[in-house]
Design a protein around this ligand. Structure first.
Ligand code: XMP
Length: 520
């Protein structure tokens, strides 16, 4: 999705979960990056005109049976290369150095000591002794000819090696993880100094390019976009609107399971501000009728998912009724989705099992996916640049079935109103405490039990509300947030005072695993 002449760093993926993180860090250094499989050939790298290569870490030992290797020709191209962990070891092995099984493994924080603190190179201007993040057993014990060892640890005698002549570099540790002191600085030293790249890429200066591609793809055909109120579909819609204006129709299926004010905000942003042709399908009654009496979580999900698709299809049929021919559907697919669904052959294939709120694969549409090359942070930056409101571009992930999975038991209008009111208070207090951006997700859930309380002069038999707030990197794992007690106290007293029917508030202190982020 970037012009061919944008200098691009190819991150060769040896199967570590770190490849995406490396690609993101490179982009944070304002250099464009892409992840490529370990099977990439030297010819392909040359054809793509790679500006630099980064060989990622990998879970295996270079001596393990079936350990991933690479085309040795990659190291003869004259393309500046940085090997990280497994990538360093593989490079060393291919260039005639020695990688040995070490008796001592290093995991986690490790002290790295520079050999010459006055030297330029990867570690220039960093501390003589610094804490780095390690995860290895094998280690390079002898660097290939031409390399200088510039740092070591107690178990890694060649922890940083540099060959300025050939512009080949290797580090045993992980500069891409945030626990490594000077990690970003070292990556930038490789990019700017080692590879001579300029920090002139950023996700917002590619808007014109993306707009041009959308125009070429859709010509003068109508384009449809399903809006959910979430970040990805909103930014994709704003971008397509910038490209083709009123050829775009957005469909917002409002199932009535949104958080407070979200439906109104979709209207305000897209219809009132951008003047997008917006079809607001007010389907709350129909969803609630289908959900009446249903308490099983999976059945609820299924009902909501199917009803969503039916509503969308009906709206789409109307839009294309007078315009036979190719139909285009905008999707907010992001780069991690592309990688995880096989864009790179060895990256983790773990993928969220949820697709409720999404659309089935067999819809008869050509897809317009303008965000395919971008990470979430970049999509947020793009959204801000396109003029979307901050509340929208910074929004937390929200499940397709919405509050339907945050109400344990039957979903009724009364119970929706109750959980929405409590959720609104919790969000207001998180925002007031400046915690919003630190939390991956935070919300109120309503349970299907009652508890006894005392309010005013009398005993009550009311509904407990659960507050859930988690930190996470990717929703695959999560930890409960260590919230300040004052914030919890305010949330509790406001909810019990302001939401009639609630007499108890509990805080969920379960990580994932064993819990999930949602309650259902
Ligand atoms: P769990 O609850 O499994 O959720 O830890 C992981 C992430 O997925 C979101 N989630 C969903 N998203 N449809 C979606 O589109 C769903 O049915 C669904 N269920 C959970 C959840 O909010 C979290 O970010």
């Amino acid at each position: 999705m970037t012009p061919d002449d944008v200098p691009t760093v190819l991150v060769v993926d040896f199967g570590a979960q770190y490849a995406q993180l490396i690609a993101r860090r490179v982009r944070e250094a304002n250099v464009h990056s892409e992840i490529v499989p370990a099977s990439i050939t030297a010819d392909e790298v040359r054809r793509r005109g790679a500006a630099a290569l980064i060989l990622s870490g990998g879970p295996a030992s270079v001596y393990a049976e079936g350990a991933p290797s690479m085309d040795p020709g990659l190291l003869d191209l004259g393309v500046p290369t940085l090997g990280i962990c497994y990538g360093q070891q593989l490079m060393v092995q291919l260039l005639g150095g020695t990688v040995a099984h070490s008796d001592v493994a290093e995991y986690g924080h490790t002290e790295l000591n520079r050999t010459a603190t006055d030297a330029d190179g990867l570690l220039a201007d960093t501390a003589a002794s610094q804490s780095v993040w390690m995860s290895h057993r094998d280690a390079v014990t002898e660097a290939p000819d031409g390399f200088v060892v510039t740092a070591r640890t107690s178990a890694a005698p060649c922890a940083v090696i540099e060959d300025d002549q050939r512009r080949l570099y290797g580090v045993q540790y992980h500069p891409e993880v945030s626990h490594t002191a000077h990690g970003q600085q070292v990556l930038e030293a490789f990019l700017y100094r080692g590879a001579g790249l300029a920090p002139d890429w950023n996700p917002t200066n590619i808007i014109d390019e993306l707009v041009g591609r959308i125009r070429t793809q859709v010509g003068d055909r109508p384009v449809l976009c399903g809006l959910s109120g979430g970040v990805d579909s909103s930014v994709a819609a704003a971008l397509v609107h910038r490209a083709v204006g009123d050829q775009l129709t957005c469909v917002f299926v409002d199932h009535g399971l949104m958080r407070h004010d979200e439906g109104r905000q979709v209207e305000a942003t897209f219809r009132d501000h951008f003047h997008v042709d917006l079809v607001h399908v007010r389907a709350e009654e129909r969803f609630l009728a289908k959900l009446a009496g249903v308490t099983d979580p999976e059945t609820k999900r299924k009902i909501i998912g199917e009803a969503f698709i039916r509503e969308f299809e009906t709206a789409a049929r109307d839009i294309y009724a007078d315009s036979p021919g190719t139909k285009f559907l905008v999707q907010g697919t992001l780069y991690p989705d592309v990688i995880e669904s096989g864009g790179s052959d060895s990256a983790s294939t773990i993928k969220s099992h949820h697709n409720v709120g999404g659309l089935p694969d067999d819809l008869d549409f050509d897809l317009v996916e303008p965000l395919r090359d971008l990470f979430k942070d970049e999509v947020r930056a793009l959204g801000a640049e396109l003029g979307l409101p901050d509340e929208m571009v910074q929004r937390q992930p929200f499940p397709g079935p919405g509050l339907g999975v945050r109400i344990v038991g039957e979903v009724t209008r009364e119970r929706l109103d109750l959980v929405r009111a409590a959720d609104r208070i919790a969000l207001e207090e998180f925002a007031a405490a400046g915690l919003e951006r630190e939390l991956w997700q935070s919300y109120a859930a309503l349970l299907a039990v009652r508890s006894v309380g005392v309010q005013g002069d009398g005993r009550t038999y009311g509904h407990p509300i659960v507050i859930r707030a988690v930190t996470s990197e990717d929703a695959m794992t999560a930890d409960w947030a260590r919230l300040p007690h004052e914030v919890l106290a305010r949330i509790s007293s406001r909810i019990t005072n302001e939401v009639v029917g609630v007499n108890r508030v509990v805080y969920d202190i379960t990580s994932k695993p064993p819990g999930t982020i949602e309650w259902e």
